[in-house]
Design a binder for this molecule. Sequence first.
Ligand code: FEO
Ligand code: CA
Ligand code: CA
Ligand code: CA
Length: 610
Amino acid sequence: GAPAHALSPATGLDWTPIAPSTEDAVVIPEGFEQDVVMRWGDKLFSSAPDFDPANQTAAAQEGQFGYNCDFLGFFDVDAETEIMMVNHEYTNPNIMFPGYEPGNPTREQVEVEWAAHGLSVVAVKKTVGTGELTPIVDHELNRRFTATSDFEMTGPAAGHDLLKTSADPTGTKVKGTLNNCAGGLTLWGTWLTSEENFNQYFANAAAIDDPAAVEAYARYGLPEGETDRRWENFDDRFDLSKEPNEANRFGWMVEVNPWDPTSTPKKRTAMGRFKHEAGNMNVGPDGRVAVYMGDDERFDYVYKFVSDAPMEQANAKDGGNPNADLLDHGTLYVARFTGDSPEAEIDGTGAVPSDGKFGGTGEWIKLVHGDESFVPDMTAAEVLIHTRQAADKMGATKMDRPEDIEPSPMTGHVFMAMTNNTKRTAADADEANPRGFVTEDDASTNKHGHVIELIEDGDDATAETFTWEILLLAGDPNDPGSYYGGFDKSQVSPISCPDNLTFDEYGNLWISTDGNKLDAHDGLYAVPLEGEERGRVMQFLSVPIAAETCGPWVTPERVNVAVQHPGEDDEADFDTHVSTWPDGDYPRPSIVTVWRTAAEPTPTPSQEPT
Ligand code: FEO
Ligand code: CA
Ligand code: CA
Ligand code: CA
């Protein structure tokens, strides 16, 4: 028979939204079924032992699925097989290890953490007619990358003095990738994975005997003294007083070719260094590609990289990769947003201005192109390595935590999740970040975040100017400071803290959340972008206690999410679980698949004949 269809051919969204949930479960709409695809500790290789968390070793973890799954992407291998790409952003050692003492980890625990970070490439077998996915242990394309795997620095800053260490005098060979958050797939069959909060791993930034280095690390939030994780106790490269440049080798966009199991992933210096959140690509009319990127920090920036050369129509899957160096040569831009409503009407409350919407124009400010810097008093390599300081100098717009930024494959319009910003004051509000507080407990503080739509001028992804408008000001629909695309707020699912984005085949936007401030768990939501239903947010699923919803992936057959950090709780330990998902025991970050089982879709109320 026909394959199960997760979505209707009509609107794509013919299911009844779930209610906000606080269950310790993945809650899905009626008519759907779910399964766990892969959990922390599941094997990629038969040489790895069965998962035994009370006796976990680094050697075991290196052959097993890592911790805190985040980005999730798939490539087709054949009709029955896909490869699944997963980021393992970070670890929660207090709940991973029996007897973990915060501030005093053992070497074995830290080495397990190194092996539980990084990336997984796992082939999965599909069950035709359902959304079930089964990992294929020992598949030739399976790989684990960890905090100690080999990575190569490429592009204009590779080999710069600021990237050299005692272990790597070339400034081009790095051990590991860290805090890989979201990411994206390229148009040539490779994977972009983003190094985000790398600052937390490196100790003693204030102890470096170089005021410029101290200042630069301070701008990236590196700890002045010891780290919470104490990795510096076991490897000097995590101690900046001994190895002052090591942290400059993290905070990059990384490209992985999953089709060549011998390939070394590349850290692409041409794309700048910041707390990279994601990288999603579109192609301009002349074939040059644009990659949209966010720097997830309160008051940081939205960036775009445009390649010098047009991409070649080719897929790395087919062997060879003519686009292998495309992301080493190009221009890095940062965004400035200009509002077009009377300034006095942007008062921090989120009240829609008199012209009917938050919106305006904007420009991509050139920072650097190859060896040419456009930033006063900074060389090109300095702009690429200290990108935040470069953007500060150029007057970019300070945003409310830019997370996933992704162009619609249907329209090319770029959607940008701003997760939240509890530090913006009403006086600092601007039209692109229009909520801020007058007093600390003010409901108009942007604790719920927002989503912006950016339209490149001429619908050209490589353009240097754009228009924009706010699609959603998340939060309680009853709050006058929330905005749901102009849709009737009495008919929407409440959403808070938009984080990762994806699109379905109908062009609907799907949004996962991180940190729901509406007294319910995080979840996954769909929202139509066109026509009368624009802004009608519908909740599709909800995740277990203390979990974040990551990596949404939506196809006609299934919906996938990464359930990240279930049971995360600083007060908990290995024996005390605030979540027991997914096995009824200790919590395990896991990938979930959801598919439609009902023969007839359940119509939503607004689609019933009236
Ligand atoms: Fe790892 Fe910005 O979320
Ligand atoms: Ca996260
Ligand atoms: Ca995130
Ligand atoms: Ca995404």
